[in-house]
Design a binder for this molecule. Structure first.
Ligand code: ADP
Length: 462
């Protein structure tokens, strides 16, 4: 804004630019300045400049203070973890510094999110692993336990973390293994049986955990439950041994009698016939064992359950046909057979397989029962009509309690010599069990020595 001067004031020295240009100068001040000595004018003007400067500095300082307060509050928010806070957003005051701080917080948040995602993924992988994982430090304090290890060792990570493995877990072999792995600081492995929770056999691999400068900082243990595997291996080798044993006896007999025949010749027809009959009995036995083994192998195939063809079958005709098939055997021993079926009961089953299973049970009942005794075959609805139960009960010698849990195992016999003498292969009940299993059913037995036995097959009706 310009300042107007009268014509009589033109002789005065021109005003310094600060006075002529400043908005802060009023007309009253100008009159004082015009009336005063030049020195006074300078002093006044200096004072004015100082006052204006002071006011300006005050304003600037206030703004600066407000900004600093805002920045300090923002940094406090960041350090409290609220990295999405925007410094200067509320006041609309954006500067290079606030922009940089906000960007830094955003970058930090992105990194944290990334780390969180990576940690989450690792956690999911650890938790989903069927292999147990336990990490300990050099003092054998537990750093981490995954879910599989919790299950195998009966540990809870929440309770165990930070505790010494020795205190958290009374497993002498595992503790010894960890001490060795920590001391040696190199990959190691072992297999042993745990004391708890259920005497599982485990394979443990120990890997040293390394920190900065490749220094060992602990041990990571990977634990696999190999109980089932070892059991299967032992079953397989037992099975191979049993099969060889079962086949060896008839083969040795056949070999022996063939050699004798070759030596003595066939001049004596009575002896020749006797030897040939023995050879035939043994070849029949071999054929019987192989037939049963093949039947079992077929039934044990995993796809068998789905592949087996079922149809709605009346149980009365099915059981009658089995009874008829064994008629020569039961009439020979003077055994009376009773068949009890509830009405026209039917079930969705593979008839040939159920006939085979009931046939095996009836054959055993006839084999082991005394002459003149009675056998009852019955079928009824159970489980509210959801399943049918077929049972074969006899008045035979019965089975002692200690044998009952193993009676359906392959080649398990109470009296090996008697079973062989009666032509048994030791596979009959195993076949019965697998036939029930492919139908989605089960078998059981109730027996007391001297009181006879009841064998039951339960299969779903539909
Ligand atoms: P085996 O061919 O020897 O009869 P199984 O598997 O059919 O083989 O039966 C296994 C064993 O169970 C038999 O050796 C016998 O000791 C016993 N067992 C089976 N059924 C009966 C029964 N009804 N009464 C008494 N013992 C039986």
């Amino acid at each position: 804004m310009g300042v107007g001067l009268g014509p009589d004031q033109e002789a005065l020295p021109s005003l310094p630019p600060v006075l002529t240009n400043s908005d802060a100068v009023g007309s009253g001040v100008l009159i004082v300045a015009l009336d005063s000595e030049p020195m006074t004018v300078i002093v006044i003007c200096g004072g004015l400049v100082a006052a204006v400067t002071l006011i300006w500095v005050g304003v600037v300082m206030r703004r600066l203070k407000r900004r600093l307060r805002e920045i300090s509050k923002g940094v406090e928010q960041f350090s409290a973890g609220r990295l999405d806070h925007q410094i200067g957003k509320a006041s609309g005051d954006s500067t290079e510094l606030t922009r940089s701080l906000n960007q830094m917080a955003k970058n930090l948040q992105e990194r944290i999110d990334l780390l969180k995602a990576q940690l989450g993924e690792q956690r999911i992988i650890h938790e989903s692993m069927s292999t147990g994982m336990v990490a300990v430090d050099l003092e054998q304090r537990i750093l981490s336990v995954n879910r599989a290890a919790e299950r195998m060792l009966g540990l809870r990570e929440k309770l165990a973390k930070g505790r010494s493995l020795r205190d958290a877990l009374q497993e002498p072999e595992l503790n010894l293994f960890v001490s060795k792995a920590v001391a040696e600081a190199k990959p190691t492995s072992a297999e042993f049986t745990l004391v708890r929770p259920r005497g599982a056999t485990v394979h443990v691999a120990g890997e040293p955990l390394r920190g900065e400068g490749n220094k060992p900082v602990g041990v990571l243990m990977l634990i696999s439950d190999v109980t089932r595997l070892r059991k299967l291996e032992s079953l397989r080798s037992d099975f191979a041994a049993n099969v060889s044993h079962e086949l060896r006896t008839p083969i040795t007999n056949i070999q022996g009698y063939v050699e004798t025949l070759l030596q003595v010749g066939t001049k004596n027809p009575v002896e020749t016939t006797k030897f040939l009959e023995i050879i035939k009995r043994n070849t029949d036995r071999l054929a019987h064992i192989i037939e049963d083994l093949l039947a079992l192998a077929r039934l044990e195939r995993p796809e068998m359950s789905a592949a087996v063809e079922r149809s709605m079958t009346g149980l009365t005709p099915l059981l009658d046909s089995v009874i008829e098939e064994f008629e020569p055997a039961w009439t020979e021993k003077g055994i009376k057979i009773r068949c009890e079926v509830n009405g026209d009961l039917s079930a969705n089953v593979a008839a040939p397989l159920i006939e085979q299973a009931v046939g095996n049970l009836l054959s055993n009942a006839i084999k082991y029962s005394p002459p003149g005794s009675a056998i009852t075959i019955s079928a009824k609805e159970v489980e509210g009509g959801q399943s049918v139960e077929i049972s074969v009960s006899d008045q035979g010698p019965g089975i002692a309690a200690e044998h009952l849990p193993r009676i359906f195992e392959r080649f398990y016999r109470v009296d090996r010599a008697r079973s062989r003498q009666l032509g048994g292969t030791g596979l009959g009940l195993a076949i019965v069990k697998h036939i029930a299993l492919v139908h989605g059913g089960r078998v059981d037995v109730e027996s007391k020595p001297g009181r006879g036995s009841v064998f039951r097959i339960v299969v779903p009706r539909q």
